[in-house]
Structures are given as structure tokens and as C-alpha cells.
Design a protein around this ligand. Structure first.
Ligand code: NI
Length: 157
């Protein structure tokens, strides 16, 4: 287990399409643990494997609420409805945010790290986080979907 370096905007790996995970092996479990450690270290709410340079379809989300940790392997959006505009940021593009339109509700299918099939119905922030991380697996950054990117105001005391 290790905290890995998070690739930043401009790195070509962030624009590549990740491969499906065919078998959940030792490497996959190590990847999940690295995603957890790296995400917690960066105090973020979501991270996708390509952001630490591993082009595999694995995402890790932790909204730090009662939902708990969500690990999804080979996630796929199978249903979406409605529209919702809100601000979004990315650990690969620190210091900035943008307004992105996403579906209001989605259903995502995939596998957990034990290989069990999962289906997650989500709305609000969780739906947004899932869409954002699944986009990473297709090499799409939110900056491509945002109308405008702006610098987060420095907190002043
Ligand atoms: Ni991101």
C-alpha cells in the first residue's frame, strides 16, 4: 500500500481510455488500496485509477458521509435521467473548479473488489462523483464538459 502521485492536467495518461479488469487479482486489490490511501491523503472525494497512472477501469469514491467507501470495477452508467448543474473540481486540476451539467439521477453497474456484481442508484453529489470518475476511465476530464473553469478563491482569515 502506498500513497501514489496524482497525475496532473497535461499528462497524456489522463486522456487515455482505460482497460476493463478481467480478473480481480492481487494487483487489483493493491490498486484499490493505493486509490484509498492516495484519495485520503489528498482529502478528495473521488479518484480513478488512471489518475495514478494505472489505465484500468477502477474508481474509488468516498464522500466522507454515511454512504461509506465505494469501489467500482468496470463501472458503467446504465440509466440516467434529469439534469443538474453544479460546481466540480478534480485532484488532477488543483485550485480550480467549473460548472458542469450532469444527469440528476443515474444507475451504475459494476463489480465490487470481491467480484460481486453491484448496481448503485445515485443522485446529487454521489451521481456527480460517479459520472466524473467514470469519465476519467474514458480519458475525459471535467474541464472538457465545463463551460468555464475558475480559480478557487483563497480562503482569507
Ligand atoms: Ni477528477
Amino acid at each position: 500500500m502506498a500513497v501514489r502521485k496524482i497525475l496532473k492536467f497535461g499528462d497524456k495518461n489522463l486522456e487515455r481510455v482505460s482497460r476493463r479488469v478481467e480478473e480481480i487479482d492481487k494487483d487489483t486489490l493493491e490498486l484499490v488500496n493505493d486509490l484509498r490511501e492516495t484519495l485520503n491523503n489528498a482529502q478528495g472525494i473521488g479518484l480513478a485509477a488512471p489518475q495514478i497512472g494505472v489505465l484500468k477501469k477502477v474508481i474509488f469514491i468516498d464522500l466522507k458521509d454515511e454512504t461509506g467507501e465505494i469501489v467500482l470495477i468496470n463501472p458503467k452508467i446504465v440509466m440516467k435521467s434529469g439534469k443538474d448543474k453544479d460546481s466540480e473540481g478534480c485532484l488532477s486540476y488543483p485550485g480550480y473548479e467549473g460548472i458542469v451539467e450532469r444527469p440528476k439521477r443515474i444507475t451504475v453497474s459494476g463489480m465490487d473488489y470481491k467480484g460481486n456484481n453491484l448496481e448503485i442508484k445515485a443522485e446529487g453529489l454521489l451521481a456527480r462523483a460517479l459520472c466524473h470518475e467514470i469519465d476519467h476511465l474514458e480519458g475525459i476530464l471535467y474541464t472538457k464538459r465545463a463551460g468555464r473553469i475558475y480559480k478557487i478563491e483563497e480562503a482569507t482569515e
